[in-house]
Design a protein around this ligand. Structure first.
Ligand code: F6R
Length: 361
């Protein structure tokens, strides 16, 4: 049942305010300015002993893991990174008892992720799952974890589950942070930011008409560049994946800081750039990258917190806390991919060469 929507993808994009509300519900502790995540099976002493966090997933879930790693590193001050599970399992990784491994999967059935979890457990690693489908293979195999409560995701391409997974990581980061060195005031700041998300996502969804018009203007591109820095870079990676998988337009994502090391050679009017430009400590750096692109006659569509004069067009999104901004900046880019694919007449719910759950190696 599509509930009045033309595609499951559109239905699921629209459900995000409720989905985010669901992942937050019952977990926030206003007294201690932290969150409760009962299923982690991690007592405070164990949580204090974690020296590193390694996040494993594939595709969109890997991108959610990259944002998750940034959240854990900035809020809990634990070195964290994400890696495709499919790469990790084939490189005979060193499994370290002081590292917390987190496997991310919407379906909970992706074979490469499951195999990585099994390899980790065989070597004595501690693995948590951040999973959507309750009772799935990865959820069962992990030592603990948290469900992301996005609800059933029918469309092959992942949208609401990506958003909810990132919110789940914010909860894990806040939980670990408050056990370690994140202050009461900082905990409060993040909780207030989290509570604003559903309403701010609704505000973004209301701008769909404008995003549709922009998508129609850029749909003639043969290829598109997506750029961002630090928190914005995984947003660029995910937006570029969404665009290529449903519109079949070639897209690349680059850290804006790396453009000058080669990819600027590609910039010309026929290769537009989508720039993720949050109002944070990197704003001036991002503006400089846009200037480099303009100097080569590149078209720019910015996703920002205010109109960007260097860009040809700006999609303005509401500001949250710097750490939570990536969650909001991803939403208009789901709609951009959606309307680009629609303008090109693609079969959005059944993109070619992609299965909802990849159970092959
Ligand atoms: C992209 C997409 C895929 C999945 C990937 C992992 O929209 O849907 O890239 O994210 O196959 O799937 P899960 O999260 O089920 O492990």
């Amino acid at each position: 049942d599509m509930g009045g929507h033309d595609t499951y993808m559109h239905k699921e994009i629209s459900e995000q305010p409720d989905a985010v509300d669901r992942v937050l519900r019952g977990r926030i502790d206003d007294r201690f300015n932290t969150v409760h995540l009962g299923g982690l099976n991690l007592d405070p002493r164990e949580a204090r002993g974690i020296r590193r966090v390694k996040i494993l997933g594939c595709g969109t879930s890997y991108h959610a893991g990259l944002i998750g790693a940034g959240l854990i590193e900035s809020l809990a001050r634990i070195p964290a990174d994400a890696e495709p599970a499919s790469e990790f399992r084939y490189r005979n990784p060193v499994v370290d008892p002081d590292t917390l491994y987190i496997a991310v999967s919407q379906s909970g059935e992706t074979y490469d992720v499951l195999a990585a979890v099994q390899e980790l457990k065989r070597k004595g690693g501690r693995v948590l799952g951040v999973v959507n489908v309750v009772g799935s293979a990865i959820a069962r195999e992990a030592d603990g974890g948290t469900y992301v409560h996005a609800g059933p995701e029918v469309c092959v391409v992942s949208t609401k589950c990506f958003t909810n997974t990132v919110v789940a990581f914010a909860l894990i980061a806040l939980h670990l942070g408050r056990i370690r060195d994140l202050s009461v005031a900082e905990g409060r700041r993040i909780i207030e930011g989290l509570r604003k998300l559903p309403g701010q996502i609704s505000e973004i969804l209301e701008t769909e008409g404008e995003i549709k018009k922009l998508a129609e203007q850029y749909a003639d591109a043969k290829s598109m560049m997506f750029i961002g820095r630090v928190r914005g870079y995984p947003v660029a990676l995910e937006a570029s994946l969404k665009l290529k998988e449903i519109s079949y337009i070639h897209a690349e994502a680059y850290p804006a800081s790396e453009l000058k090391h080669g990819p600027l050679a590609l910039i010309e009017p026929a290769l537009p750039t989508v720039a993720i430009v949050p109002d944070d400590e990197l704003l001036e750096k991002n503006r400089a990258a846009m200037e480099e692109i303009k100097a080569r006659s590149g078209r720019i569509l910015a996703v920002a917190h205010r109109e960007q004069e260097k860009a040809d067009h700006t999609i303005v999104v509401p500001k949250n806390e710097d750490e939570l901004d990536p969650i909001l900046m991803g939403i208009p880019l789901q709609l951009l991919a959606y309307h680009t694919a629609l303008a090109l007449g693609r079969d959005i719910d059944k993109p070619r060469n992609l299965a909802k759950s990849v159970t092959v190696e």
